[in-house]
Design a protein around this ligand. Structure first.
Ligand SMILES: [Zn+2]
Length: 137
């Protein structure tokens, strides 16, 4: 059953060796945890299942990671937050101790507030603990 609902979500992508992306520009990224923050205007389940599919036409920047042969694991979390919190949630990643950087220009064509919607972390980033945070404070 598909539930029609808008939501903010994050994808947690694990890479254990270097990998290359072509957009927004060609670059080689180091092993570690990458977090993509996004928002679905509706049909959140549909959006997530598309992200989890390995075979698909490349439409968004994030598709380069979700289809990458070097990607070893993918997890996701759907946040019970209003849509306007997307960029706040993304930017709050910067406060985490294992945060390294935002990939500039990645996945943020709809937003002018963030450097990028893909954040790079050290491999030991505790993303499960991050998801349990209460962002409504
Ligand atoms: Zn943003």
């Amino acid at each position: 059953m598909q539930i029609k609902s808008a939501a903010i979500y994050q994808l947690y992508l694990f890479f254990d060796c270097d990998f290359t992306i072509e957009k927004p520009e060609r670059m080689t990224l180091e092993p570690g945890v990458y977090i993509y923050t996004g928002r679905s205007k509706r049909w959140i389940e549909k959006r997530i299942s598309r992200h989890l599919k390995q075979m698909k036409p490349l439409q968004w920047h994030i598709d380069q990671l979700t289809t990458h042969p070097q990607m070893t694991k993918i997890k996701y979390h759907i946040f019970n937050l209003p849509a306007e919190m997307e960029c706040y949630l993304n930017q709050s990643l910067e406060q985490e101790p294992d945060f390294l950087r935002f990939i500039p220009g990645f996945g943020n064509s709809d937003c002018h507030a963030c450097r990028g919607h893909l954040a790079q972390f050290k491999a030991n980033f505790n993303w499960e603990q991050f998801c349990e945070k209460d962002f409504n404070d």
